[in-house]
Design a protein around this ligand. Structure first.
Ligand code: ZN
Length: 284
């Protein structure tokens, strides 16, 4: 199933229609998107039987962040070998972890105001947690996943890298720097969640020399240095993961930093993960 946030209310998406979860369940779940993940075991029992008779068509520009207010947001750095190489850094021995502050979360199709000339993109598989988890092995970690989504980890590279000891989190937390969606897709919809094509296409001024449409990222989640279950397991030995928590799992090669470019006003970036959908952001 595909769980989304339509104008602040939790919905199930099917085809071109959206079913309001609170109304269809007569108040048992929702309407707050986080409430669905907080009662995950009951929700996965109910949702497959939901009656879609009350579903309505919707405008995808009305989709907001599938979880707008998680208790924690984790982001993993240098988690694809080819991205570590283009960054000129060694493969990490341990998870490289930072946060994107919650005020940076946004829906899948938002406009992003560039705060400087040094903003970069990172297309990422996003994991949403459905079960409170601590000290998990990888089997327990897998069982804690509610679903997956498509995200962008936009980064102001100067702010990210300045200081005697760089602090990633603020440079990655300007408004709308953490869009994700269009929905949280549960594992039963995916053939193999560890092998998803992940990529991004850039259009606009930055793509002029590439025929107006430039495939800047083209990877696969099978190339993750720390796969999703390992990320959750390692995190859970230090922090307790809670329902609705969000994890950005890292980006494959092809970011602007590796290509010698930054995003320009008028650019449009479409990020896609196989089986999960696309998100599309315009820059001003
Ligand atoms: Zn990232």
């Amino acid at each position: 199933m595909r769980i989304a946030n339509l104008n602040g209310r939790a919905v199930l998406l099917r085809g071109e229609t959206a079913l309001d979860i609170a109304r269809a369940s007569m108040g048992r779940f929702g309407p707050e998107p986080l409430a669905v993940f907080s009662d995950w075991a009951s929700f996965v029992d109910w949702a497959p039987l939901a009656d879609f008779a009350g579903a309505v068509s919707f405008d995808e520009n009305d989709l907001l962040a599938p979880v707008p207010n998680p208790s924690q947001i984790f982001a993993i750095g240098l988690n694809y070998k080819d991205h570590a190489e283009e960054s000129g850094l060694d493969y990490p021995e341990h998870l490289v972890v930072f946060t994107k502050f919650a005020s940076a979360l946004a829906g899948p199709n938002v406009e992003v105001t560039l705060p400087s000339e040094f903003v970069d993109y990172e297309t990422e598989l996003v994991v949403v947690i459905g079960v409170e988890t601590s000290d998990a092995d990888e089997t327990q970690a897998r069982a804690s996943i509610a679903g997956f989504s498509v995200g962008q980890d936009y980064s102001e590279r100067n702010v990210q890298r300045r200081g005697p000891a760089p602090q990633f989190s603020l440079g990655k937390s300007y408004a709308n720097f953490a869009p994700f969606g269009p929905a949280v897709v549960t594992l039963d919809e995916l053939l193999d969640p560890d092998q998803l094509a992940i990529g991004a296409v850039l259009e606009g001024p930055s793509a002029v020399d590439h025929g107006g449409r430039w495939t800047v990222q083209d990877g696969n989640t099978s190339e993750l240095i720390f796969p999703v279950a390992r990320i959750i397991s390692d995190l859970s030995h230090i922090v307790t993961l809670r329902p609705g928590d969000v994890i950005f799992t890292g980006t494959p090669a092809g970011v602007g930093m590796g290509r010698g470019i930054f995003l320009k006003p008028g650019d449009v970036l479409t990020s896609t993960i196989g089986g999960l959908g696309s998100i599309r952001n315009q820059f001003v």
